[in-house]
Ligand binder design. Structure first.
Ligand code: FES
Length: 107
């Protein structure tokens, strides 16, 4: 198990335990995090699982594929340099402590 840290728009931190191999979106929705809507269920088709990865972690993630980059054009909240779709972030053991900020809105 590893820990991920979600920073809510009001600044509150939420720590979640997560198994290796699942997506960040799956962990967040499984924990009832309402800021991650995930309308498409994780197929990079909706952009409602948008997060801002902490800059300290952004370089440790696998780079986004073309379909993720395309969908990041459709986020409700502004796109930033570290914007990612949380359904495309697969958790690995070396991502223990991964920290992301949740956007103000998803729809
Ligand atoms: S859940 Fe739809 S793009 Fe991630």
């Amino acid at each position: 198990m590893l820990e991920i840290v979600l920073m809510h728009p009001d600044g509150k931190l939420q720590r979640l335990e997560a198994p290796v191999g699942v997506s960040l979106m799956q962990v967040a929705t499984g924990a009832g995090v309402r800021s991650i809507v995930a309308e498409c269920g994780g197929s990079a088709m909706c952009a409602t699982c948008h997060v801002y990865v902490d800059p300290a972690w952004a370089g440790k993630l696998a780079p986004p594929l073309a379909n993720e980059l395309e969908m990041l054009e459709c986020t409700s909240s502004e796109r930033r340099p570290t914007s990612r779709l949380s359904c495309q972030i697969k958790l690995r053991a070396d991502l223990d402590g991964l920290t992301v900020q949740l956007p103000e809105s998803q729809q």
